[in-house]
Structure formats: structure tokens, C-alpha cells
Write a protein that binds this ligand. Structure first.
Ligand SMILES: [Zn+2]
Length: 332
């Protein structure tokens, strides 16, 4: 662990290095569930980093909570299919060039289904992915290793939720992502603790029911805020409204059109739960224009949420999770 000070403030970063990480993984009294969770955390984290950077290269920016499975729906080229840690250099898992590996990365081309297997040092040699993208991916992979370090250090120090978050309001519902850690007896990452504290503050200061009663007003003010951030003219702004939306007389009810609504509902039925990913799929399939706020969020997002919220009101969609202004999760 590295402890350092900036302007008199204490900062802690959890960087163990490969040997110490290995030592803790072996020596900590982890249950099978905890060990599986940590392995899964690293695998999933690397897949998500990989997919996010490949998507970003296509101009798609997604909120942090989006799952790798959902991002991969937006990609037609390479995805990280698997990441294997054998625990030892294993002749059964080789690089494309024949060198036996301990850590093997397997990428799969989504269109051709071709697979490539390699050690991290030969990432560039055995794929046609550009070196700039690979550099970003490797940087991202390091952050996942540091997250594992953070979890291991916290487990070794008997981390407890009540010490960092002393007050959890009675009716407060933990987000699905954070709940999984708690349920598996795994500490939360610092970034999750910050997020959780923010959610609790929001919950205490702005009761959920306020949002539920006046969704359109809240959405409209959010939309206005985001419009204010736009620094240049997209040019085709008006055409998207012609194609994708029609406003009725009192400007409250907004319809997307039956075809789009059917398509959106079909995505939800197929298990796509993130409204942001649904928007990106509509853009990918050229059903709406790629018109975005300066943050990268598609402008159609608010309309898609309004339609899905109407399905929640009708009881067709049972579960909705609001992730601030970034995303909404819908499950049938
Ligand atoms: Zn190789």
C-alpha cells in the first residue's frame, strides 16, 4: 500500500505489486465464494474495460455501470472473450506464437468468430488493434489489478461497511452492483463508497417519491441543463424530432412512433436493461440519428426513458433503477 500526502491531505492508494498480490491471495482466509467473486471481478473488469475502449473508439461513451455483455452488443469487431490465470506457466495455454503462458487473453472477432490467444506482451503482434487503443486498454487493465489490490488490502484489514458508511436510511435501496459485493462479503471499492454516499445524500435530500410523481418536469429540467452544455450546432437537430418524435398539443406527451416503441420493447425483452445501451443500439441499427449532447449521451435518451417509464406505470416493466442522470435500468 502506498500512503502519500498532497497539500497536507492524506491519500491512500492500494498498489501491491504482483508478488504481494499473489501472497495475499494465497494467505488470506478467503471462502470459496469470496475467491470466486474476486476472480470474477478481475475477469469482468477487464472485459468491460476492453469493450468500453473499443466502443469509445467508435464515439460511443457509456456510463460506468454498463455491463460488458451490454457494451459488446454494440461492437462488431474484437471483444475480450476470456482471461485466464492458470496460477503457473501452463504449456496448455500458449500464445499465438507458441510461448506457454500463465496469463492468457482470448479475444474473439464478433463478425467472423475468429479467436486469438496471447500473452499481454504480444497483444499488438497478434491482433490488428492499433497501438494507441492497446495502450489505453493496458492502462485500464492496470486499474483493475489495483482494484483487486484494494479489495485484498481491505479484506486483510477486516473492512466493515458500518465504519465507512455509519448511516444507511431505512428505506434506502442499495444498487444491484453494490449489493452483490455486500452479499458476497466483499469490501466496497473507494469509488463505490463515494457513489454510495452520494446516493444516500440524494435519497435524504430528495425523496424518491418526488421523482416518481413529476418525472416529466425533472426530465425536462435535466434536458435543459444538458442543452446548455452544447457548444456547437449539430445541424440535424431538428430532423431527429421529425423522424423520432412527435409532440402533441400541450407538449407533454411525447411519442416515439410505434416502430421505435416496438423495437425498444423488444430490446428490453431480450434482456438489454440499460436505457443508454438501448439508445446506442437504435443508433447502431440506424433507427435514429446519432445526435448527442456534448457529454456523449444520445439526445434520444430522455424520450426512450419516458416511453419505458410509461411501461413501468402500466405494470409491464416491473423493475426500474435510476442511476442519477447517467442511465436507467429496466427489467421485465
Ligand atoms: Zn506471441
Amino acid at each position: 500500500m502506498i500512503i502519500f500526502y498532497i497539500k497536507g491531505e492524506l491519500f491512500v492508494r492500494y498498489q501491491l505489486g504482483a508478488r504481494e498480490r499473489e501472497r495475499l491471495l494465497e494467505s488470506l482466509p478467503l471462502t470459496d465464494e469470496q475467491r470466486d467473486f474476486l476472480i470474477h471481478h478481475v475477469k469482468r473488469g477487464k472485459k468491460t474495460i476492453f469493450a468500453n475502449i473499443m466502443a469509445k473508439d467508435k464515439g460511443i461513451v457509456l456510463p460506468g455501470q454498463t455491463t460488458n455483455e451490454e457494451i459488446e452488443q454494440l461492437l462488431d469487431e474484437w471483444i475480450l472473450d476470456d482471461y485466464i490465470d492458470n496460477g503457473f506457466v501452463n504449456p496448455e495455454t500458449r500464445c499465438e506464437c507458441g510461448r506457454p503462458l500463465r496469463y492468457q487473453y482470448i479475444v474473439r472477432h464478433k463478425t467472423t468468430n475468429e479467436k486469438r490467444r496471447f500473452g499481454i506482451d504480444h497483444f499488438e503482434e497478434h491482433t490488428n488493434i492499433s497501438s494507441t487503443i492497446i495502450k489505453d486498454i493496458l492502462k485500464g487493465f492496470h486499474t483493475i489489478d489495483y482494484e483487486l489490490d484494494e479489495l485484498l488490502v481491505k479484506i486483510s484489514e477486516n473492512w466493515s461497511l458500518s465504519e465507512v458508511v455509519p448511516y444507511l436510511p431505512n428505506e434506502f435501496k442499495l444498487s444491484e452492483g453494490i449489493k452483490q459485493y455486500i452479499d458476497n462479503d466483499i469490501p466496497l471499492l473507494d469509488r463505490q463508497i463515494e457513489l454510495l454516499k452520494k446516493e444516500i445524500r440524494l435519497f435524504v435530500n430528495q425523496p424518491q417519491r418526488l421523482i416518481d410523481i413529476v418525472p416529466s418536469n425533472v426530465e425536462k429540467s435535466l434536458e435543459r441543463q444538458e442543452n446548455d452544455q452544447i457548444s456547437f450546432d449539430f445541424g440535424i437537430d431538428d430532423s431527429i424530432h421529425e423522424v423520432a418524435t412527435t409532440l402533441d398539443n400541450n407538449n407533454v406527451q411525447i411519442n416515439l412512433g410505434l416502430t421505435l416503441e416496438d423495437q425498444i420493447f423488444q430490446f428490453v425483452q431480450e434482456g438489454i436493461s440499460s436505457a443508454r445501451v438501448i439508445c446506442e443500439l437504435l443508433i447502431k441499427h440506424e433507427q435514429v440519428f446519432s445526435v448527442r449532447y456534448i457529454t456523449g449521451k444520445p439526445k434520444i435518451f430522455v424520450r426512450v426513458c419516458q416511453y419505458l417509464d410509461s411501461l413501468v406505470d402500466q405494470g409491464i416493466i416491473k423493475n426500474r433503477e435510476i442511476l442519477g442522470t447517467d442511465d436507467r435500468i429496466y427489467n421485465i
